[in-house]
Design a protein around this ligand. Sequence first.
Ligand code: AMP
Length: 430
Amino acid sequence: MKLLVVGSGGREHALCWALKRDRPDAELYCAPGNPGTAEFATNVASDSSDISAVSALCEQLNVDLIVVGPEAPLAAGLADALRAQGRRVFGPIASAARIEASKAFAKDVMNAAGIPTAASATFTDLSAALAYVDQHAEPLVVKASGLAAGKGAIVCATRAEAADALRSMMGARIFGDAGGTVVIEDFLEGEELSVLAVTNGREVRLLPAAQDHKRLLEGDRGPNTGGMGAYCPVSIATPALLARVERQVLLPTLAELERIGAPFRGVLYAGLMISPAGVPNVIEFNCRLGDPETQAVLPLVNRGLVDLFWAAADGAPLPELEISRAAAVTTVIAARGYPDAPEKGAVIELGGKAERRSGGDLDLVFHAGTRQDADGTLRANGGRVLAVTAVRDGFAEAQAASRALAESVQFEGSQFRRDIGWREAQRAHR
Ligand code: AMP
């Protein structure tokens, strides 16, 4: 069996690790991959945003299953091109990937299907948007409709802040074309939860629900980032809540996408706000696995990942996954200057393999933004540089071990949060 993972970050390193663990006999490729994926997979130089290059590579290697990590190639039509070639692809076609690539489209789908989500209005005209804000209660949320690397939503405490956000998105175009259309949304109170559903377009299999940490600094302060850490499972994600999310959010969204001719195969990721009364509302959909949620979630999948991705890609009935009852905490280690202007080049000493096991304990060091010099020296080469995951029987042990692991691999100028999972820790002490 030949498997190809498309992408080069921590999510893709975790995917390679998990696919190899599930199918040690598979021939695994990663395009373009990173120094970490090279440990389990053959890295093949290819620009994941170049659809014809990836298509040619799949032809040449004759791969059986392609797993696409990032959203941009999906939104640009990579899965369409590969399916047209007769390839089995885990990841949605472009018309379905719009659920992430256009927040305006996602709102239309949700409204048509009666999915619980914040009230909103969509604008392409700055003065109309400013007039709407002027009449709106505070706080409110201004979102660039297009892809903005997870940074396109601005929570605004006041109307004045919202007006500034609109001017910077629609006028100054700080997010480029992604801000040509904006969605203005009512503010939702509560606690966020990420539910990642593997789907063949009709049925879903849920991965363990996770919680992400978007802000740079401890205590959820500082600027928004791509994500500074994640953990799972989350104790507010009770079986009853997850059943409700499946019934009220995931299945009707998939049915609506199918109805409008955009069937979704891959991972439908629901970013939810759970109200204090326990009611889930959708904040956003993603069309792929989250980064860094993947690095926390996949180590808890004991068996069945390849069969599940394979069946979902084929639109076939979905097999069950075997999920561990352990807890996983992932800490992202970023470079100095992240997220605005990360410094590249710091030397990283890892001293050993990505995977360290001792009894039931598992430590994993995933590469997110690294490169290797010709002499083998490993260097920081991105904003988020490493993502370390500790798997332990209980949450508290996993949290402490993840922090210790991050401390053991830090490098010159690195920064990381020592409070990943703080809400769960607080709940345990209540
Ligand atoms: P998004 O890009 O839509 O996921 O938004 C990024 C972050 O902004 C979310 O993870 C939330 O923390 C926050 N956010 C987005 N929409 C809302 C909302 N309607 N109410 C409260 N917070 C929100």
